[in-house]
Design a protein around this ligand. Structure first.
Ligand SMILES: CC(C)(COP(=O)(O)OP(=O)(O)OC[C@H]1O[C@@H](n2cnc3c(N)ncnc32)[C@H](O)[C@@H]1OP(=O)(O)O)[C@@H](O)C(=O)NCCC(=O)NCCS
Length: 333
């Protein structure tokens, strides 16, 4: 079960509106799960709205009653069946922080991998290759509409999430998320670790990559003890990446424990984090940077940023500690 960071993630949602849109068949099949997730958001004082398109039939009356009874704090909007559900939702909400479409399946790329986060430009570039893999064909045609609404500022964050037990909870309160996030205004910040909550999220991010074996495991005690050496990258005030500073000598710092939450990978946050780290350390007088890694993605990242593979004698002591691991080096003015 993914680890939940309710307290940390709620801070960014308090006072904002999360709007859930779920078609009749999907809502009927996941009724209790959706109610439980919405109740959690309401308990956390996050404003909620639920769009559905249950037909106004006698057989559905029990659903209307249950929604009203169990979600008194949620604004419930029924879309008449004669309207296109998605168009109606997209055209009727204004200034919503998050709009979550609950679907049968999530979005996947041409290799079958879940698409974690993408900009509207990314959607437009890739939609051709996603092709028929988007399980719900109607939904594919609506993606352009979603992008237009994000571009025009009506929605900040649109999520497409496969419906199921805890689906919304996992999407909003875990590091890796559960579906796809489409947004443009990712504003990254870089800063030293500020709280115990930051440390807990760093621990969670590093754990995500334990299996890949490129990162040396760091215990909670280590992280607590060394928290003053860690920096974080934030989006929406939430930690999404980290890096550890290790001082090698008077002018050299090592870039260690670099990791970006899987939800935000390939959005150039790795580059941002390394650049921000160097800019910050430059102000502290460091002009030389090394990093040791066997992760092929990180090697490419360093190469694109002008780092060079090195075997410099002054860093031999450091290299000996990690035999067989490639060392990258960059000097800045
Ligand atoms: C390695 C890592 C930090 C990269 O972060 P990221 O935010 O996904 O990377 P970026 O989007 O900034 O990528 C920039 C460049 O890195 C390289 N790169 C990153 N991910 C890649 C991938 N999956 N495949 C190929 N190249 C990749 C590319 O050169 C890319 O340039 P491009 O935009 O021209 O393709 C991230 O994937 C991660 O956290 N990995 C696991 C942790 C880890 O192993 N850390 C290393 C410890 S030694």
């Amino acid at each position: 079960m993914p680890r939940l960071f309710i307290e940390e993630y709620t801070r960014a949602l308090t006072g904002k509106t999360v709007c859930i849109a779920c078609r009749e068949g999907i809502l009927r099949d996941n009724f209790n799960a959706v109610i439980e997730d919405l109740k959690l958001l309401n308990r956390l004082k996050i404003k909620t709205a639920l769009y559905h398109n249950f037909r106004n039939r006698f057989a559905n009356r029990r659903y209307f009653r249950l929604l009203a009874d169990r979600l008194p704090e949620t604004r419930i909007i029924r879309v008449q069946p004669e309207y296109d559900f998605y168009t109606h939702v997209l055209d009727h909400e204004e200034n919503v922080h998050k709009l979550i479409f609950l679907e049968r399946k999530g979005l996947i790329d041409h290799l079958g991998h879940k698409i974690n986060s993408v900009t509207t430009q990314g959607v437009r570039q890739s939609i051709g290759t996603w092709g028929d893999l988007i399980s719900n064909i109607n939904f594919k045609s609506i993606l352009e509409h979603i992008c237009a609404k994000i571009d025009s500022g009506h929605y900040e964050r649109v999520h497409i999430v496969p419906a199921g037990k805890d689906a919304i909870k996992y999407e909003l309160f875990t590091i890796e998320g559960h579906g796809t996030l489409i947004a443009n205004n990712f504003e990254e910040q870089f800063q030293p670790v500020a709280s115990d909550g930051d440390v807990r999220i760093i621990e969670g991010i590093l754990k995500l990559y334990k299996r890949e074996g490129f990162l040396k495991p760091r215990t909670q005690n280590y992280l607590m003890e060394k928290r003053g050496h860690f920096y974080v990258t934030l989006i929406d005030d939430i930690v999404v990446g980290c890096v550890e500073k290790k001082i090698i000598d008077g002018r050299t710092a090592e870039i260690a424990a670099l990791a970006i939450s899987s939800k935000y990978r390939n959005q150039r946050l790795g580059v941002f984090t390394v650049q921000a780290f160097m800019d910050t350390l430059r102000k502290q007088g460091y002009t030389r940077f090394i990093s040791l890694t066997n992760n092929p993605n990180l090697k490419k990242l360093y190469e694109t940023m002008g780092f060079k593979l090195c075997e410099r004698s002054e860093y031999l002591d450091r290299q000996i500690i990690s035999p067989g691991v490639a060392m990258y080096f960059k000097q800045i003015p």
